[in-house]
Ligand binder design. Structure first.
Ligand SMILES: Nc1ncnc2c1ncn2[C@@H]1O[C@H](COP(=O)(O)OP(=O)(O)OP(=O)(O)O)[C@@H](O)[C@H]1O
Ligand code: SF4
Ligand SMILES: [Mg+2]
Length: 364
């Protein structure tokens, strides 16, 4: 994609203090990602992997320890509150729980008028027309404006939250699990709405979710996060259909497959991540769960590098993975990569690493 970048996050690190004697918790650890105009980047990972912290750092709600955040070409890493207020017209957010983000004591009309008031774009006639237009755009009737949040269902409230985010015509919307709390059929409707709005209004989205299947249809690219680090990134369909990184594979395996035979075959083909144990200190953060771990994985942190054959380096289509064995695993895509001792080199090293794991006493 040759569109200009709307968001460019470089080597972002966010830490939280945990008391005087305990070292700070590094919730985001050297994350780089960018979003072009009109593009959706899906940010996925299990609970606690740092997804929301990245979104909040972009919004200025979490302090940045190191690294930079550029929005529409300007460095906003440590933007002052006055600059932030100005930015909020172009940089918006939709949270998971629309009920807590909509003031129950205010009518929907009052809530939707708020951004216009803050940005001094309010005049009675224009505001009323804009509210009606946005409600219609998100599929809500005009009389919605006179009612209160408690009178709507979860899906309707999320539509209202989206309308509020779009009142000032932003270029980027951070969607932090916007459909996670909704029923499956409602999820699909809200996702379709977001897709329509994107194509009509040339919006960019940073779309945060737990599961790959949720983000894959809407996202152009996917970034997979684990313990604050990017494990894999690349075009949505490629990452979904042929994940290289063992963690991405584990994430997909966690998605329930209705046919047990398919599930068994998938697990056998990809190895199984064990969820017990502690991550290696100084090595790969996924080593304690990885069925492909080798000695090096426990001592040397793998850097995020282009996957051989995964698209041109530096291009939006490029696929990258932070894995010492990415090239081997990519070469074996679609085939079974055994993790038990057999004839392949992959399985041989895997056996060594398993013996090592069994005797490994590393702790966090
Ligand atoms: N304000 C805070 N103070 C201390 N620790 C925090 C704070 N916010 C987040 N954390 C910690 O940072 C880590 C990342 O949290 P974050 O909320 O970004 O994860 P997440 O990927 O969004 O998880 P979820 O999918 O559950 O929303 C977690 O260990 C969390 O406990
Ligand atoms: S670097 Fe090693 S431990 Fe980490 S994901 Fe790759 S093979 Fe597994
Ligand atoms: Mg979160």
């Amino acid at each position: 994609m040759t569109q200009p970048l709307v968001l460019d996050i470089r080597d972002l690190t966010v830490e939280f203090r945990q008391g005087r004697r305990t070292p700070p918790l590094r919730a985001v650890d050297g994350v780089s990602l960018s979003i072009a105009a009109g593009e959706t980047v899906g940010l996925v990972g299990e609970s606690g992997s740092g997804k929301s912290t990245i979104g909040r750092a972009v919004l200025g709600l979490n302090a940045v320890h190191s690294g930079q955040v550029h929005f529409e070409g300007a460095d906003i890493t440590r933007a002052r509150p006055r600059v932030r207020r100005g930015l909020s017209a172009r940089l918006q957010v939709v949270f998971q729980d629309p009920y807590s983000s909509l003031n129950p004591a205010r009518t929907i009309g009052q809530t939707l008028a708020e951004p216009l008031l803050v940005h001094r774009k309010h005049d009675q006639r224009h505001t009323g027309a804009r509210i009606t237009q946005m409600l219609e755009r998100v599929g809500m009737p005009p009389d919605t404006a006179a009612r209160y949040p408690g009178q709507f269902s979860g899906g309707q409230r999320q539509r209202i939250a989206i309308a509020r985010a779009l009142m000032l015509e932003p270029s980027l919307v951070i969607c932090d699990e916007p459909v996670s709390a909704l029923d499956l059929s409602i999820q699909a409707q809200v996702m379709n709405l977001l897709a329509e709005l994107q194509s009509d209004l040339s919006l960019s989205y940073l779309f945060i979710a737990h599961d790959l299947p949720v983000v894959r249809h809407l996202s152009h690219r996917i970034v997979v996060l684990y313990r604050g680090q990017v494990m894999e990134s690349g075009p949505s369909q490629t990452v979904y259909a042929d994940p290289v990184h063992p963690y991405t594979r584990a994430l997909l395996e966690a998605v329930p497959e209705p046919d047990p035979r398919v599930q068994r075959a998938r697990t056998a083909a990809r190895g199984t991540a064990d969820s017990t144990g502690a991550p290696a200190v100084g090595g790969c953060v996924f080593a304690h769960r990885c069925p492909y771990a080798i000695d090096k994985c426990h001592s040397e942190r793998p850097l995020l590098r282009p996957v051989p054959g995964g698209g041109g380096s530096g291009s939006a289509a490029a696929r990258s993975a932070a894995c010492h064995r990415a090239a081997e695993l990519a070469a074996a895509e679609g085939a079974t990569v055994p993790t038990t001792p057999t004839v392949s080199s992959v399985s041989a090293v895997s056996r060594v690493s398993r013996v090592k794991e069994a005797t490994c006493s590393e702790s966090e």
